[in-house]
Ligand binder design. Structure first.
Ligand SMILES: Cc1cc2nc3c(=O)[nH]c(=O)nc-3n(C[C@H](O)[C@H](O)[C@H](O)COP(=O)(O)OP(=O)(O)OC[C@H]3O[C@@H](n4cnc5c(N)ncnc54)[C@H](O)[C@@H]3O)c2cc1C
Length: 453
């Protein structure tokens, strides 16, 4: 029961911390979800609505939220988290390259989506003319399916190198004595270590926020991103996705000056539902081996609140609850129906030239879910995108809702990601410090190296 380091969470952040610490310390990694081979989702396998498995196999288990993720590794310091604020741009750049090499060693594909300067300038010119800003980053696409193989290979390596891994075990409390961490309490006994790295991901965010507050740790509020998943025939965006894979566009809406952006573009992909602590929201992925005739991506509106309301997460939960209330899960609507002020039905969706890939989404009316402000922002963004990819603003374009990105409150940590409690580190998406595979993985290395030092 006595270790040098305990890691809470078996997502990319926890796994990269363990890879760094293996053979240098006696390490225990605790993960509340199942082993990867047993992470089965009835929604995907039987095409039914979410049956609220506990724990959810999509977000929990070996590999974390990343296991069934699209696995787009963004080779950039500018997106996917705030690590540059802790270690600086140059160190982060080196770490990003290092993490990329680790993924390659464990089976990530060699192909990197990049574009030459001339083509990039053309894309940027086209974007400017449409009032859009194009953010460019090279992408390595693992693909759903291959992500799991990579994560399995990492697990085998960790076991070989002596890291103890316990799955289906939940950490309930962080144990502290005299302002220092001493271990963790789980639903099956206590485990002790002078260093604890907490990497609970979005799934463990609520738990960690409560623990942080019980332990008197300070945190900042992150905004919430709310929007829709857009699905259309892949030919419409092929001139962009063939080169960039993902094109990240930013737009400031004319009506409200809100920041609106595209996110998680999945060429040849499928729209999927996911369980966010009981709320069914929408997402997307591209499989490594099979493709569809569609491309999907999110359009997200970033929103922060000041006074007296200061809880963006609750606001996002409220919007998702409305969609779930009306549709029993995810709602889908043709853009044409939304513009005509009527709900979509199965018959109307069947007339769309876009084939719906999330077949258990309920045809409905998104104007009953989103506030006016969000709807206007989304429609303006679709019109702007139509200028760089004609066909986006087609009546057949499908919109799924709600897509909500809940970002965890950001816990105050040092540049080594250690909290105010000695020996307690907080990393990854669950600590509000990162928002993607690449930086989550980097954060694990930062904490582990500080412990080794
Ligand atoms: C459908 C989908 C697609 C995505 N696509 C991409 C993509 O293409 N590119 C990209 O960069 N990012 C993507 N992401 C985001 C990416 O998966 C996350 O940013 C990343 O997994 C965060 O890593 P993490 O280790 O911080 O947290 P997670 O991966 O969430 O792992 C945290 C783990 O901690 C466990 N845990 C939580 N609380 C406890 C507890 N109390 N006790 C024990 N264990 C606990 C959880 O079960 C979970 O397995 C996607 C996410 C989803 C859901």
């Amino acid at each position: 029961m006595q270790y040098d380091v305990i890691i809470v969470g078996g997502g990319p952040a926890g796994i990269f911390a363990a890879l760094e610490l293996a053979e240098k310390a006696k390490v225990l990694l605790i993960e509340k979800g199942r082993i990867i081979e047993k992470r089965n989702c009835p929604m995907k396998e039987r095409n039914v609505q979410c049956v609220q498995c506990k724990p959810c196999s999509i977000t929990c288990g070996w590999g974390g939220a990343g296991a069934f993720s699209d696995g787009k590794l963004t080779i950039s310091t500018e997106v996917g988290g705030h690590l540059d604020e802790y270690i600086g741009e140059t160190k982060l750049k080196n770490l990003v390259d290092e993490v990329d090499r680790v993924y390659l060693n464990y089976g990530a594909p060699e192909k990197l989506y990049t574009v030459d300067r001339k083509r990039l300038e053309q894309f940027k010119r086209d974007a400017t003319k449409a009032d859009l800003h194009l953010e460019y980053s090279p992408i390595r696409h693992l693909g759903t399916g291959r992500s799991q193989a990579v994560l399995l290979a990492m697990k085998d390596e960790l076991i070989k190198r002596g890291v103890e891994i316990k799955t289906s075990l939940t950490v309930k409390r962080i144990l502290i004595k005299d302002e220092k961490v001493t271990g963790v309490e789980t639903d099956n006994g206590d485990f002790f270590a002078p260093k604890v790295i907490v990497a609970p991901g979005r799934e463990g965010h609520n738990w960690f926020t409560k623990e942080a507050s019980r332990l008197g740790l300070e945190s900042d509020i992150n905004p919430v991103d709310i929007g829709v998943r857009v699905e259309l025939p892949k030919v419409i965006m092929e001139h962009l996705t063939d080169h960039l894979f993902e094109s990240k566009y930013i737009y400031y809406s004319k009506t409200f000056e809100d920041k609106v952006r595209t996110f998680c573009m999945c060429p040849g992909g499928e729209v999927v539902a996911e369980n966010n602590s009981g709320l069914i929201t929408v997402n997307g992925h591209t499989h490594a081996e099979r493709t569809t005739e569609n491309t999907n991506f999110a359009i997200l509106v970033s929103k922060n609140f000041t006074e007296p309301f200061k809880d963006p997460t609750k606001y996002g939960q409220y919007i998702s609850t409305l969609a779930n209330l009306l549709g029993g899960g995810v709602l889908v609507q043709r853009l044409g129906d939304l513009l005509d002020g009527r709900r979509s039905t199965h018959d109307r969706i069947a007339k769309s030239i876009t084939r719906q890939t999330l077949t258990n989404a309920t045809p409905g009316d998104l104007s009953l879910v989103f506030p006016y402000r969000h709807l206007v922002d989304i429609l303006e963004m679709l019109q702007a995108l139509d200028k760089v990819a004609p066909g986006v603003y087609s009546r057949s374009t499908l919109l799924y809702g709600a897509e909500v990105k809940f970002y965890s409150s950001r816990v105050k940590v040092s540049k080594n990601l250690e909290t105010a409690i000695k020996g307690l580190y907080a990393i990854g998406d669950g600590a509000g410090i990162t928002r993607g595979l690449m930086q989550a993985s980097c954060s694990g290395i930062i904490a582990a190296r500080n412990i080794i030092e």
